[in-house]
Write a protein that binds this ligand. Structure first.
Ligand code: 2HA
Ligand code: ZN
Length: 262
């Protein structure tokens, strides 16, 4: 299928970021998933007939009637989304009842098992009108490892630790990292708990599973995870060398806050 220039750019961005996730080692087997709200850039696709029956979301998304999303497919590998995006992702449209969706392009590929979280989040983002279009979930090894330590799961303990590992994390992940206690992957409970955290954070840790990030673009969401992951690696490398890393001081962190208007 031929897509317009804006949508082609988004498909290319999804392919590129999927490649990054694989190269980072965050996307074993079919780990991770991506969705992109393309409603405002793909109105000509509204006329497409459904390729599938309406499928239940599991929650109601009243803000998304008729909205369209590019979504990676269930069981699909990020390493293949990178090279053949439209063989591993589909475009879906939310039905008028706001409880179901149908696949409209390009192939009849069923969306990710995390579709309840993705659509619940897009519904929430739509309500907030902040222009965020991209949602990505992935399994960054070091960050997930850190979520196995209960002491790190208290509110903002991990945020402060990761901020203090390198100035970039304080500057470019200014809201830090929200935490969702372990919840069954793909469940509505996970979706609802994630939305709660997105009120305060753009990146959320799913305990002992992975992270989910939202952004205006997919690259921005990816960059925040990458920055947090760098901090996690610095922390773990320091511990592996036998010491607790000193971390930036309170004063150095405050100075960054002022310098970057955070
Ligand atoms: O898409 O990562 O959380 C596979 C997953 C589920
Ligand atoms: Zn996952």
């Amino acid at each position: 299928m031929i897509y317009n220039e804006q949508l082609t750019k988004i498909i290319t961005e999804v392919a590129q970021v999927s490649g990054y996730l694989w190269e980072k080692g965050w996307a074993e087997r079919n780990g991770g998933n991506i969705s992109y709200n393309i409603t405002s850039v793909a109105s000509e696709l509204q006329s497409l007939k459904a390729l599938s029956n309406p499928m239940e979301i599991g929650i109601t998304v009243p803000g998304l009637r008729g909205a369209m999303f590019l979504v990676t497919g269930t069981g699909k590998r990020m390493r293949y989304v990178a090279t053949e995006p439209m063989d591993n992702a589909a475009i879906i449209r939310i039905c008028d009842n706001c409880t179901h969706y149908e696949i409209i392009a390009e192939k009849n590929i069923r969306p990710t098992s995390e579709i309840p979280s993705h659509l619940a989040i897009h519904n929430y983002l739509q309500d907030r009108s902040i222009g965020y279009k991209a949602v990505v979930h992935t399994h960054p090894t070091e960050l997930v490892a850190m979520s196995h330590n209960r002491a790190f799961l208290k509110k903002d303990v991990l945020t402060k630790l990761l901020w203090s590992m390198i100035p970039e994390t304080r500057a470019f992940c200014p809201k830090g990292l929200g935490i969702v206690p372990y919840t069954l992957p793909g469940s509505v409970e996970l979706a609802l708990a994630t939305i709660e955290q997105l009120k305060d954070y753009d990146v959320v840790m799913w305990e002992k599973h992975g992270v989910l990030a939202v952004g205006e673009t997919l690259v921005e969401a990816f960059d925040m995870i990458d920055t947090l992951s760098k901090s996690a690696q610095i922390y773990i490398n320091s511990r592996s060398m036998g010491y607790e890393p000193e971390g930036l001081s309170e004063q150095q962190m405050n100075e960054l806050k002022d310098a970057f208007n955070l």
